[in-house]
Design a protein around this ligand. Structure first.
Ligand SMILES: *Cc1c(COP(=O)(O)O)cnc(C)c1O
Length: 369
């Protein structure tokens, strides 16, 4: 029996997440599995989060606070922006979805760079909008002037993941300042800073500064910054992220937010996680060490990789699909780098996991020496 549904949905390919550990265990009967596929925090999360979630377990019969009052207050202080400049999402992915529904469903156009986070294209497609992809430079860097030149009458939203997933590339503060200065007033710039905590020490802009109006030379623009508790804060399984923008934009997005979109445990966990900046600091420092280890080991094998500003690295493998399978069979889960056919993406793990990855790589016989 044929079911009718909108034409624009027919092209949509369902999102493929990193393979869950339990799935690989079922399929291959392997025990010691290392998942370096979804850029999760390999050190878990703050101990105080675990305690708070346990304490709260007796109250899960109640609906959450739809306004996320306590988390909103804490985040407002932490970020130095007003409480009504924040919107929470069931992961920052949900906010991308809200942006699509609000700003693209009339057929407006989204722009993003080639090889951006795949969810932008997905959301542009399912909301009934259009999209155009701007080519990268040959070293995977992104030319923001090229992005400015590509803006058309139809352009409503520009998505920039900074750092980019999966290349790990990030634009620096000065170039982003110029871009924001020159972007037209009627365009909404979404700066997706899912990896902000990892990138911050390296001269990457804090997009919220454009909303705080830190720099008087940069006029007010329609910027939405997305952040998440899924990465450095270690709460990927609970699904909570947020968007920051001027109040008028937040009020529009609130129209499409489901009343209880962020769950109670996620709100409690995020509040505790925010308080434990020491854990975040530790995670970022360990990631730096892991990054250096990856660089050295890739160089030693003469394997090409893209320098990263985040907690994952994209590396070249002329037999990417085959290598991916070979690693899987040794219990190491990495990820195809979507948009880059001959590349894989590996998350930086604990020291032990990183060593396991290179052991598996060697066993798979992959080297370019
Ligand atoms: C991981 C990631 C996110 C975060 O998604 P959540 O829904 O908050 O878990 C957002 N953007 C990019 C580019 C990411 O890589």
């Amino acid at each position: 029996m044929e079911i009718k549904y909108p034409e624009y949905l027919k092209k949509v390919q369902t999102y493929q997440p990193g393979k869950p550990v339990s799935e690989l265990q079922r399929e291959l009967g392997l025990n010691e599995i290392v998942k370096l596929a979804s850029n999760e925090n390999p050190f878990g999360c703050s101990l105080s989060v675990k305690k708070a979630v346990e304490r709260y377990a007796t109250q899960i019969n109640r609906y959450p606070d739809g306004g996320a009052y306590y988390l909103r207050q804490a985040l407002s202080q932490f970020l130095e922006i007003a409480p009504d400049q924040i919107i929470f999402g069931n992961g920052s992915n949900e906010i991308i979805d809200m942006i699509g529904r609000v700003f693209l469903s009339d057929g407006s156009e989204a722009l993003f760079f080639e090889g951006s986070f795949v969810v932008y294209r997905l959301i542009a497609q399912i909301s009934g909008g259009r999209y155009r992809e701007i080519p990268l430079e040959c070293d995977f860097s992104r030319n923001l002037e090229k992005m400015l030149e590509s803006i058309s009458e139809r352009t409503k939203v520009i998505f920039i993941d900074n750092p980019c997933n999966p290349t790990g590339f990030a634009n620096k503060r000065e170039e982003m300042n110029e871009f924001i200065k020159n972007v037209p007033d009627n365009v909404i710039v979404v700066l997706d800073e899912a990896y902000f905590e990892y990138a911050k020490p390296h001269g990457v802009p804090d997009g919220i500064d454009y909303i705080r109006r830190i720099n008087p030379d940069i006029p007010e623009k329609n910027v939405i910054v997305l952040r998440t508790f899924s990465k450095a804060y270690g709460l990927a399984g609970l699904r909570i992220g947020y968007g920051v923008a001027r109040k008028e934009i937040i009020q529009i997005l609130e129209k499409v937010r489901q009343p209880f979109n962020t769950n109670a445990l996620a709100q409690i966990a995020a509040l505790e996680a925010l308080k434990d900046q020491q854990f975040v600091q530790f995670s970022v420092e360990e990631n730096e060490k892991g990054k250096q280890f990856f660089y050295e080991e890739f160089e030693r094998r003469n394997i090409r990789f893209v320098p990263t500003f985040a907690n994952f690295i994209m590396f070249h493998a002329h037999t990417a699909e085959e290598l991916y399978q070979k690693l899987l069979h040794q219990g190491v889960i990495v990820r195809p780098a979507f948009g880059f056919r001959d590349y894989l993406r590996v998350s930086i793990g604990t020291e032990e996991e990183n060593i396991r990855f290179f052991e598996a790589l060697d066993k798979a016989g992959y080297s370019c020496r």
